[in-house]
Ligand binder design. Structure first.
Ligand code: GLU
Length: 291
């Protein structure tokens, strides 16, 4: 059966200017859609109010347009959809899959030091589960005291409910989901009623994204997203994780590389075609694009 044309997205966080690594990610997603007559969406992942800035958001859209990328529909801003994330949290909470976590970073460090061992996951040390065992009364007391809390997924219970899961990556093939790698992930932070994992999963579903393209650094996160899709009855897209572009020193581009921001390259007189080439794509057709 013929596959419908893909819907892809580029989803930067407006915490800085776009650099060449972002250009690679944007071009990858745009090309994956446009080469097959599909839709390309742009989403600003701006839940971190302390770090995201409207001028960065404006500069990102400006840079994308300068590159010659066009997108379908309005840009989605996560900060405008907090109620949708709250609704997803309420559902998971009603199903007994979330618990409030009052721990500070220091509490977690102390707990880990006392335990004498620290299992690691893709995002660092795993949460030791301190607040999972609080009684209902203890939780209520602490909430009433006004103690700030995050909401964590009870990973063992979530996996038990969802059963075995797999996902499809067009580079890596058929993958068995192992969300337990992450332990009890945070689904709502203390300051905002969502987290990266929850917002991305809800947004990709509501935006009808069928092919999630993003950097290989987020490959493991997909295990968690696949689990959340199962728990929230959301459609399951395909994924394609692309290589991370590296500079001459072999290190991947990051926000610290100021000279390789698109703004700096533009100011230095580079053309869009030259920046496409630096980001690993050719502008004439898709022949030179990295696969
Ligand atoms: N906002 C994430 C980033 O800038 C990307 C999220 C995603 O593609 O899933 O790294």
């Amino acid at each position: 059966m013929d596959q419908p044309p893909p819907v892809t997205r580029f989803a930067p966080s407006p915490t800085g200017l776009l650099h060449l690594g972002h250009a690679h990610a944007a071009l990858f997603a745009w090309e994956a859609a446009r080469a097959l007559g599909g839709r390309f969406l742009v989403r600003l992942e701006d839940i971190d109010a302390a770090r995201c800035r409207p001028d960065f958001a404006a500069a990102i859209l400006e840079d994308l347009a300068w590159l010659g990328l066009d997108w379908d529909g309005p840009v989605r801003r996560q900060s405008a959809h907090l109620d949708e994330y709250r609704a997803a949290l309420a559902r998971l909470e009603a199903e007994g899959l979330l618990y409030p976590c009052f721990c500070t970073r220091k509490d977690i460090e102390a707990e880990i030091a006392a335990a004498g061992h620290a299992p690691h996951g893709p995002d660092g040390v795993l949460y030791p589960g301190t607040c999972r065992g609080l009684t209902v009364a203890e939780r209520q007391d602490r909430r009433q005291d006004g103690q700030p809390f995050a909401l964590r997924l009870d990973m063992a219970e979530a996996i038990r409910r969802a059963g075995p899961l797999t996902w499809q990556d067009s580079e890596a093939g058929h993958i068995v989901a192992v969300p337990e790698l992450f332990g009890d992930v945070v689904l709502a932070r203390k300051d905002v009623p969502t987290s990266y994992h929850l917002a991305v999963t809800c947004d990709d579903a509501v935006q009808g994204v069928t092919l999630v393209t993003r950097g290989a650094d987020l490959f493991a996160a997909t295990h968690v997203h696949r689990l959340l899709q199962a728990l929230l009855d959301l459609p399951v897209p395909c994924w394609r994780h692309h290589r991370l572009l590296t500079g001459a020193d072999g290190r991947r581009y990051a926000k610290r590389d100021r000279s390789l921001t698109l703004a700096a390259l533009r100011a230095a007189g580079r053309t869009p075609a030259a920046v496409w080439a630096m980001a690993g794509f050719t502008r004439a057709g898709f022949a030179g694009a990295e696969r």
